[in-house]
Design a protein around this ligand. Sequence first.
Ligand code: CDP
Ligand code: MG
Length: 740
Amino acid sequence: MSGHRRKSPYLAQGAEDEPLFGFRPRKVTGRQVRKALEHNINPFTKVPHTPRYHEMLEARRKLPVYDQMDEFYKIFNKNQIIIIAGETGAGKTTQIPQLVAYADLPHVNGKLVACTQPRRVAAMSLAKRVADEMDVQLGRHVGYSIRFEDMTEPGTTFLKYMTDGILLREATSDPTLDRYSTIILDEAHERTLATDILMGLLKLLAKKRSDLKIIIMSATLDARKFRNYFGIKKGSSVPLFKVSGRAHPVEVFYTQEPEPDYVEAAIRTVLMVHRAEDPGDVLLFLTGEEEIEEVCKKIKLEVDDLVNQDPDSVGPIVCVPLYASLGPQQQQRIFDPPPKPQRPNGPPGRKVVVSTNIAETSLTIDGIVYVIDPGFWRVSVYNPRLRIESLLVCPISKASAQQRAGRAGRTRPGKCFRLYTEKDFMSELEEQTHPEILRSNLATTVLGMVKAGVRDLVKFDYVDSPAPETLMRALELLNNLAALDDDGNLTPLGSVMAEFPLDPQLSKMLIASPEFRCSNEILTITAMLSVSNVWLLPSNQRREADAAKALVTVPDGDHLTLLNVYNSYIRNKHDEKWARNNFLSARALAEAENVREQLQRIMERYELELTSIADEKMMYNAIRKALCCGFFMQVAHRVGDQGNYLTVKDNQVVSLHPSCGLHPQPEWVIFNEFVLTTRPFIRTVTGVQPKWLLELAHVYFDLATFGDGETKTALKRVLNEKVGTSGRVKRLNKGMKKQC
Ligand code: CDP
Ligand code: MG
């Protein structure tokens, strides 16, 4: 960007035929912008618009936001903080950031407009859509940024869709967020942890940066909570810009009796709709990836059967899955048209999108006429007393049920089939979904907040304050990891830990790993732990898959198995079929490779040495010691002869998860995850020696802090052996940076 252009508040003063002629930052009007949108030349690339641009503009003109452009600019030009509320599909997410770009002219002043999304799938998909609408290449003028993937071009990108988590990370290392002219927090009604904390940080920042504009967007018209939160500013209250919806009526049906098996009921209902209802696509809400893939397969099989039996009355069907970890190409399929009839004048085809609650408000899919809502979602719930985070399938709230139903009325009147009784809807469902901050582990967030300069975590201005016990647990964990000192101040170690987009246990382990000369391996293991499941376990080839897994299993620990799998993947990368033949997910492995690269860059930036040991046995021991440095609070000790374990300090009886490959079962183990399904399990488990724990985490394993019991007795026995801690590890435990 040239200095000359940066200085001038007026654009193209002399050239009246320029699309942005007469535009003054934050003083533009709807009339000016409409004219610029109609212009033949793209103001951002300076090349003529493609026919596709004009086609898309035609559709954009029909969105309610487009109609209210004049009103939007009046409010935007005058206010620093704005709340925008409106029905899903009104054009908030795709249009408002573009309108802001025309007002801020970020391409001229070297700034960016940011729009956050709670989900990565939404950030990617919306950036793609908006790049198309603006007739620019994705990743250049319009881009996106999600964890481990940055699709932006510094100096060129001026409109960025990003996950709220990424913006929160940026806010921790650069609390003034200087590169942004306007920040839009979208989907605020979802009340994700990151969006909630960002609201608090931005509220503070607004006082320091009068040039920064903040927009909070919500899909529910009830945005009072946010208005009250941002409150009165300079004598006038924060304005609410309401986008009028154009929703069609949706008829809601309930079941007469509760459904014992919602998955089976869902499949049955899709088939019923497909056979009996008029043309129109279906959206079915389920809870997670495996369930969704399974149901897609079953529906397809059943419908293919029906079509074969009665091709004159049943049309073809396409099932499209939608969940957070989908790749971008697969994700785009939700926007494909329904399948064509198999022959001219045959019965019409239907598209069935089977989705997690991503499709509740984040992504608008046109053409949906039927919604099937079993009434559940999968949510992670943290229990601070037991320090356990579990993924649970829970009933949704009334607010969610209403949003889901609304998806059926986007293009014409629709129907919503709720797979629960009306009585349950009225009496069992909560009014609103609980904000994530009330049910999450806050360790990572607290570390970020401290790094961002928040002095008092209890007095921080939260939209809803977390439970004191949860905050305490987070502080305790960070103190144990030496990221915070005993007074709650950030240590040099904590400061580096906060730079990694990882849970603090993982970042601590990575930073400690050069000490044990196994940082290359720990880097790989961390990457493998950060991606979705690499094992494919198809139910119809279970035995073959198990046999393939046994071949790569390292009996000393699942973490070592992950390392082994990754190394085999790298050795066999030339062979496209290798992953599939070994029942491994090529996509997850490729993602791990990318994550590893990104983490390696951060390691290099902080001069954390990348080393390995050649001897395998020594290497495995080194890795397990490094694991102890991060995960010493997640240790279990074998009890009894049933193969059970007792977690250290929390004294929970747990079993090894069936996926675990440990053999024989060691006396002491470290685990990555505690999962509660039919009973409590520990997953991704590796055997360790108790003397390492005493050496590497002697404060936590101070026997005076243990209650009497088997664990204490066992540890006492070990203490009689000689335990010594190296000076460097001691420094690390005090929160000093490595290269001590
Ligand atoms: O944010 P809000 O729910 O208000 O609406 P939006 O996400 O901006 O979507 C507005 C419209 O853009 C939708 O109704 C779709 O017609 C269209 N759209 C699309 O066709 N493809 C996308 N990937 C995103 C939006
Ligand atoms: Mg939206």
